[in-house]
Design a protein around this ligand. Structure first.
Ligand code: MSP
Length: 512
């Protein structure tokens, strides 16, 4: 870790291992990856955590349905999530499993701390519980015998330890006031505030009717509530309770990306646990929306769960990553439709970006001896587009580092692609070849430079294809950072170029 750089810690939720990964999991993970890669290319020390949430009744039940022990079952499914991360080309540098010793020890330590500080007491829980959501619900939340999420509920009555959540109402509200960016987007902050203003009840944080989990210290009949267990992953992965360098420097910079359905746990319970333990809070919790499939809610019972591998196989990994980022304003719900995916792939990738690159690279390859042409003297129009290309990250940076506005980042970059396409149409290098070869060279040089900048700024979204493009341009690995977006790192006249290959083939529907 470089001591002079700023730190950035980003986390995905840890995924339940009751079933195989679907597009919702892929979405959160890809969004985090784009942010992690962007910050890393922008010079931050980045730590990126993902992993699996393996305890609790839901997982225990799924294992027994498959005739497996929970350990066998979780080992197997956790592996599919690890593989998905690799197959999505994710740069996470840690993958935590809640069944690991390092994590279980941290949970016990946190429990003991909360107990010693007087925030845990023994009582009896009588109320509704939804195993699918691993959530307790109040009487007035139950409609037609179901949780607001549609999950079936059961009446539970058992001895339980409680966390004094009610003691944190004022402190939480004050914290939200003083840290208006703690929860994003803004509409979500308002939603959370309203919930807390409605009153917080103490939270049941142990269960006695099953055994798959972390036993409560000094009372092993009780199993720690799976959400208290799971949330702790964000600090156990940094070495908590040890005062590690990672914990000290990374933890206060944490950005939790979560789906809107689990915001309450991250924006109310988690900060209250941390406040109770006298630990610093993460910097921000960002809630993204949910995907539907061709306009319909995705659910197992409808049989319309989207398998990310099917999308990758049909359209390619990078087009899928691009679609997930570009198609929906980050924070809002979105619809995954075949038409939407194909339109983006054919228009934004094959036409706008792919054609630009292909036209320029193959023209240079053919008519400039496969070498970077001479720059000659730049005219105003060349300088203008180069200036736009060199300053692209300055435009995008606040969108990402302050607002996580992933879709806007893509939009702004595609404006530069449009300008480059307008520039090439106006300059017409193919005509210049007959009338003014020097000018043609300058135009091609300018375009190659713009393409180099595009490859850099698009790399967080589509790392595989942009690395391939930078390989064609012979850009060394150590120059694939945003600080290279300037003249000092510009392509050298006469430097070799590789034979171009199409980056994004058009998607044509197969006819049967
Ligand atoms: N295990 C908990 C998280 C614990 S974090 C301390 C959990 N796991 S999950 O596997 O059910 O869900 C993980 C993420 O997937 C959530 O952020 C959820 O919002 C997201 N998605 C699940 N279905 C989704 C869609 N259809 N669309 C977008 N994201 C969705 O919750």
């Amino acid at each position: 870790m470089s001591p002079n750089k700023k730190n950035f810690y980003i986390t995905t939720p840890i995924y339940y291992v009751n079933d195989k990964p679907h597009i919702g999991h892929a979405y959160t993970t890809v969004a985090c990856d784009v942010l992690a890669r962007f910050m890393s290319m922008d010079g931050y020390n980045v730590k990126f955590l993902t992993g699996t949430d393996e305890h609790g009744q839901k997982v225990e039940q799924s294992a027994s349905l498959k005739g497996k022990t929970p350990q066998e079952f979780t080992d197997e499914i956790s592996q599919t999530f690890r593989k998905l991360a690799a197959d999505l080309n994710i740069i996470a540098d840690d993958f935590i499993r809640t069944t690991e010793e390092r994590h279980k020890e941290a949970v016990k330590y946190l429990w003991t701390t909360l107990k010693e500080k007087g925030y845990i007491y023994l009582g009896k829980y009588a109320g509704w519980y939804a195993i699918r959501d691993e959530t307790f619900y109040k009487e007035d939340e139950i409609k037609d015998g179901k949780a607001p999420t549609g999950a079936p509920v059961q009446w539970v009555e058992e001895p339980s330890y409680f966390f004094k959540l009610s003691a944190f109402e004022d402190r939480l509200l004050r914290y939200y006031e003083e840290h208006p960016d703690f929860i994003a987007p803004k509409s979500r902050m308002n939603e959370v505030k309203r919930f807390v203003q409605g009153g917080l009840e103490d939270l049941s944080i142990s269960r006695t009717t099953f055994s798959w989990g972390v036993p409560v210290p000094d009372d092993p009949e009780h199993i720690v509530y799976v959400w208290l267990d799971a949330l702790t992953n964000y600090i156990s992965a940094l070495g908590y309770p040890e005062e590690t360098e990672d914990f000290r420097s990374m933890w206060p910079e944490a950005l939790h990306i979560v789906g809107k359905d689990i915001l309450r746990f991250h924006a109310i319970f988690w900060p209250a646990f941390l406040m109770a333990a006298d630990l610093p809070l993460p910097k921000k919790v960002y809630a993204h929306g949910w995907w539907t499939n061709e306009g319909e809610k995705i659910s197992k019972s409808l049989g319309n769960v989207i398998n990310p591998y099917d999308i990758i196989e049909t359209y390619g990994l990078d087009p899928m990553r691009y679609f997930l980022i570009r198609a929906v304003p980050f924070g809002l719900d979105g619809d995954f439709s075949k038409k939407g995916m194909v339109d983006r792939l054919n228009s934004d990738l094959a036409n706008d970006l792919g054609n630009l690159v292909q036209r320029v690279l193959s023209f240079v390859y053919k008519h400039s001896e496969a070498k970077v042409p001479n720059k000659g003297a730049f005219q105003a129009s060349d300088k203008e587009i180069l200036e736009d290309a060199y300053s692209i990250v300055e435009k995008v940076r606040p969108l990402i580092s302050e607002n996580q506005a992933l879709h806007k980042y893509a939009e702004v970059v595609w404006q530069l692609i449009s300008s480059a396409n307008r520039y090439i149409d106006k300059q017409q290098p193919w005509n210049l070849r007959k009338t003014d070869v020097h000018r043609m060279e300058t135009v091609l040089y300018t375009l190659l430079e713009v393409i180099r900048c595009l490859a850099l700024v698009i790399k967080p979204i589509m790392p595989g294809s942009m690395d391939k493009l930078m390989d064609l341009l012979h850009i060394p690995e150590e120059d694939r950072f945003f600080r290279a977006l300037c003249e000092q790192y510009a392509l050298q006249e006469g430097a070799p170029l590789s034979k171009p290959e199409g980056l994004f083939p058009r998607y044509v529907e197969e006819k049967d």
